[in-house]
Ligand binder design. Structure first.
Ligand code: HEM
Length: 324
């Protein structure tokens, strides 16, 4: 089901594009992004889960539980003091709605199913893209791979062979490599916003025109192009984790690095995504080297058919056991 939901055909690419540029029109003609069996699968899964929990009084600390609590009028807000540094690329929840006095709107089973589906859709292929491209870059950059493995071996020694959450998050080089992968290969290549207030962007250079934005206008923000702009990141096509060392990361111009978006609608899964990728790379690199195989395409050609970042023939890397 994951593959089916995130594999895009020409038609689904067109539907996404239509929704980006004319969302109201798409809603009016009831344009469906996914096939009905996908909607049916998620609807049934969530309805059955809610029913089973309510019948047996089961409580699990997960998103469905939070939404069921919200339905009863209980709001759960994380205390920021409980959160440790989860990585340079992670985004924080916006405080804008925390103290909102707006009444909580009724949450139906369908709303919960829709949230579950968007979590699945937004979190499935995106983390796979991050890990595929990071693996590929490690193949092309053996020095970076070796340094990361040294940090992994040191961390394992300090934890007496049993990795902890805190030790994983303290790994500076791991965080630098992940941050650089998210700069060069952001899974969300573009995001959008709807203008809510009239605004004029003044000309950047003499002779340029100003741009007037009106409420309702849709603005596309090309995350990938901004993160590859040589004005903000020198030699942008070079994979260089040093951009994110303690000294250099302070000099990154605000709003030029946004792999998880920015502001009140930023990615809700950034910490989870980074933790997932760090855990998997830690485990794999402690036992294996990533190496090129016959199918590894160098240089990589990107697929023109896919909505998401993907290699033309997929991304292939080999694993060889490490000799210690
Ligand atoms: C490397 C992995 C990921 C990347 C690069 C990524 C990137 C993004 C970006 C760029 C946005 C748009 C933010 C904005 O417009 O400001 C977004 C939104 C979102 N992401 Fe992620 N994401 C990732 C993983 C995940 C995961 C694991 C989940 C869920 C478990 C998730 C759930 C969401 C949701 C629900 C939204 C919509 C938020 C809203 O509209 O309020 N993402 N993500």
């Amino acid at each position: 089901m994951g593959k089916k939901t995130t594999t895009f055909t020409f038609l689904s690419n067109m539907k996404f594009l239509m929704y980006s540029i004319a969302p109201e029109f798409c809603k009016a003609i009831n344009l469906q992004l996914f096939s009905s069996d996908i909607y049916h699968f998620f609807n049934k899964l969530i309805k059955d889960t809610i029913q089973a929990r309510e019948t047996h009084g089961t409580v699990r600390p997960d998103m469905i539980h939070l939404l069921l609590e919200a339905r009863k009028g209980k709001k759960v807000v994380d205390s920021p003091t409980e959160v440790i540094d989860t990585g340079f690329a992670t985004v924080q929840e916006s405080a804008i709605h925390t103290n909102s006095t707006k009444p909580i709107q009724e949450i139906t089973d369908m709303d919960i199913a829709a949230q579950a589906m968007i979590f699945f859709f937004a979190g499935f292929d995106s983390v796979s893209v991050l890990m595929s491209f990071m693996g590929y870059e490690l193949v092309l950059n053996p020095d970076i791979q070796k340094r990361l493995q040294e940090e992994i071996d040191d961390t394992l020694k300090q934890c007496n062979g049993k990795l902890t959450y805190e030790a994983l998050l303290k790994m500076k080089y791991m965080d630098m490599v992940i941050s650089e992968t998210l700069r060069k290969w952001p899974a969300g290549i573009i995001t959008d916003r709807v203008c809510s207030k009239s605004f004029t962007i003044e000309p950047a250079n003499p002779g340029d025109d100003s741009v007037c934005l009106n409420p309702g206008d849709i603005i596309l923000i090309p995350i990938s192009a901004i993160q590859r702009d040589p004005e903000y990141f020198s030699n942008p096509d070079t994979f260089d984790p040093e951009r994110f060392n303690d000294e250099n990361k302070e000099n990154i111009k605000p709003y030029t690095y946004m792999p998880f978006g920015l502001g009140p609608r930023n990615c809700i899964g950034s910490r989870f995504a980074i933790l997932e990728a760090k855990t998997i790379f830690f485990s794999m690199l402690s036992k294996f080297n990533f190496a090129a195989i016959d199918k590894t395409q160098i240089p990589l050609k990107l697929s023109k058919k896919s909505f998401n970042l993907a290699g033309e023939n997929g991304i292939w890397v080999g694993l060889e056991p490490r000799s210690k």
